[in-house]
Structures are given as structure tokens and as C-alpha cells.
Design a protein around this ligand. Structure first.
Ligand code: 8YV
Length: 321
């Protein structure tokens, strides 16, 4: 039937979930394979199940001419050179939808943690320095009546907006394309320009893919144009934000705080951010629930098997569908 190479241990038993005729190989260590290890492991495979930590480019595909399908176990696929895949007739699929709620939940975990200084409160208590409650201790920001600005209004941005309604926030969004009027009305979400997003939002949350258009979109000038005392949350891709500029904006007291799940040079974090109490940092946990990660693995695996059987995949990336 064919051979499939999986670049990382996944939270499902890939071999048990596929037909015995399919030869499945899984990279044995719980870290990203090096390029040499990937080439070695995937040699002779028709499909590879990849993660965001696996760069897939023309050189890799040329070294693995048997590979006809890159099944990305993530919704984002900025690690994959789509043009190189297209040029070689290699199919790319991804795992949308199944992680939307998990990622939207984590966005809110970060937003609330920053707004209510959860990390600082926890650290104070654990340090043994908590001498008792005080009316002026660790005062945070109230969200009701404030404006949440969403940069990107796809599946995850919309799921974050749905939750925002429960918190009584006003919603504005800036996106490549306008959402259907019925959805805007249902969420009471207003489409605004990028400048208006910056100047009107009390919280800005990022939900756009990484592309040449979005890389560095939140640099020094854009951060300075945000409202004084605003909060920035990023659960999309790190390179959308200039971390040095963010640390500088926080240091001069322009922003209230930031919540980051993704980093410009992941897994590295800018040292100036690591030192700050007003920043909550998480190690790329957006989709990290057992159920979401299992669905992601199954979605990618199902498409890999379908393609090996000569069927159309269910989740080709938009550029190739
Ligand atoms: C993944 C993500 O957990 O789906 C994405 O784009 O960033 C996360 O959900 C991570 O990319 C692992 O591949």
C-alpha cells in the first residue's frame, strides 16, 4: 500500500490506527528530527506527517523524490515551502477546525492571566511573601465594556470573538477579507482598518497566519500606535511581533502587558521578555489538549491514508485546493 513517515511521536497509536499493509515509521525521539534524520527516516516514503518544527523545502523534497504528500499536523504550515511543493506536484494537507476551540480557550487563558496579573499573584504566594490581602495589591484591568481587537478573523479569531461576548467586550477586527454580514451581526463584530484596530483596541489578539504580509506586522511603530495601557496577546505565530520592540514598549510603560504562546525565534524567547513580570509566556500550548492533539493526528493520518489509496484528501491547504 505504501510507506508513511511520522516525524514525531503523536498522541495516538499511528500503527494501530492504520491498515497493516501500510508501512508506518515514526521518528523515535521526542524532539524534531534533524534534516539528515528526516531524510534518512522518510526515504522511500510516499507521505510524511510533519509538524511546524520540520522545515519542508525544495532541497528536502529533492532528497526524498518518493514523497508525494506532506500531511502537516497543524493548521498553520509556514514551515512548508508551498511553491516548492507545487512545483514538484507534492500535495500538502493540514488540520483546520479540530484545534479551533482549544486555541481560542488558550487565548483567553493568556488574556485573563495578563489582565488580572495571575502569574504575579501566583509567584507572590509561592514566594512566601504574601502577608495578607490589601485593597491596592496587584490591581489589574477590567474587560467588560472594553474593546477586543482581532488581527485575523478566521476560524480561531471568530471563536475568540464568541467567547468575548460572554465577557461583555466590544469586538472589532481587521482581516484580509470581510466576514459575512450575518456573522458580523451575530457577533456584533465591526470590520476596521489596521490603523483603527491599533487605535481603538484595549486588547489586541493575533490570529493570522505567518506570511510575508504579516511578518513583523507588530513592530515599534504599530506598538506605539496601540492605546496606552493596552494588552497584546499572540497565539498565532511569533514572527508577527517584533519581540525587542514589544519589550521596549512594555519597559516604557506604554502597554499594560502581553501574553505570548509563540515566539519570533521559537523556542528561544527574547531575554528582555523573560525578565518582565507583565508578560505571561507559554511554550506553544495553543492546541495542547489531549482531544485536540488526537484529532489533529487523526485528521492528518486519515488524509495520508486516503491519498495513498488514490482518494482525494479532505483537508488540502487553501493554495492547493
Ligand atoms: C500545533 C499550531 O500544536 O496548528 C498550529 O498551527 O501552531 C499548533 O496547533 C503545533 O503547530 C504543532 O504542530
Amino acid at each position: 500500500m505504501g510507506r508513511l513517515f511520522v516525524t514525531r511521536r503523536l498522541p495516538i497509536d499511528v500503527r494501530a490506527e492504520t491498515a497493516p499493509e501500510l508501512d508506518v515509521a515514526v521518528f523515535g525521539e521526542d524532539r524534531a528530527p534533524t534534516r539528515a534524520e528526516l531524510i534518512d527516516g522518510a526515504r522511500g516514503s510516499q507521505a510524511i506527517l510533519t509538524l511546524v518544527s520540520d522545515p519542508v523545502d525544495g532541497a528536502l523534497l529533492d532528497a526524498l523524490p518518493s514523497v508525494r504528500h506532506v500531511a502537516q499536523v497543524a493548521v498553520g504550515y509556514d514551515n512548508v515551502d508551498v511553491a516548492a511543493c507545487r512545483a514538484r506536484g507534492v500535495l500538502v494537507t493540514h488540520t483546520p477546525d479540530v484545534l479551533t476551540d482549544a486555541t481560542a480557550d488558550l487565548t483567553w487563558a493568556l488574556l485573563l492571566a495578563v489582565a488580572r496579573r495571575v502569574r504575579e499573584g501566583e509567584a507572590l504566594l509561592r514566594s512566601g511573601r504574601f502577608g495578607g490581602w490589601s485593597p491596592t495589591m496587584l490591581l489589574g484591568v477590567e474587560l467588560a465594556g472594553r474593546t477586543l481587537g482581532l488581527y485575523g478573523f478566521g476560524r480561531i479569531g471568530r471563536a475568540v470573538a464568541r467567547r468575548a461576548r460572554g465577557f461583555g467586550m466590544r469586538i472589532v477586527y481587521c482581516s484580509r477579507s470581510r466576514a459575512p454580514a450575518a456573522l458580523e451581526a451575530a457577533l456584533e463584530a465591526e470590520a476596521v482598518s489596521f490603523d483603527a484596530l491599533l487605535s481603538r483596541s484595549d486588547v489586541i489578539s493575533l490570529h493570522a497566519p505567518l506570511s510575508e504580509a504579516t511578518r513583523g506586522r507588530f513592530g515599534a511603530a504599530e506598538l506605539a500606535a496601540m492605546r496606552p495601557g493596552a494588552i497584546l496577546v499572540n497565539t498565532s505565530r511569533g514572527p508577527l511581533v517584533d519581540e525587542a520592540a514589544l519589550a521596549a514598549a512594555l519597559a516604557r510603560g506604554h502597554l499594560f502587558g502581553a501574553g505570548l504562546d509563540v515566539f519570533e525565534r521559537e523556542p528561544e524567547v527574547h531575554p528582555a521578555l523573560l525578565e518582565r513580570d507583565d508578560v505571561v509566556l507559554l511554550p506553544h500550548l495553543g492546541s495542547a489538549t489531549e482531544a485536540a492533539r488526537q484529532r489533529m493526528a487523526r485528521t492528518a493520518l486519515t488524509d495520508a491514508v486516503r491519498v495513498l489509496l488514490g482518494e482525494a484528501p479532505r483537508h488540502p491547504i487553501p493554495e492547493l485546493s
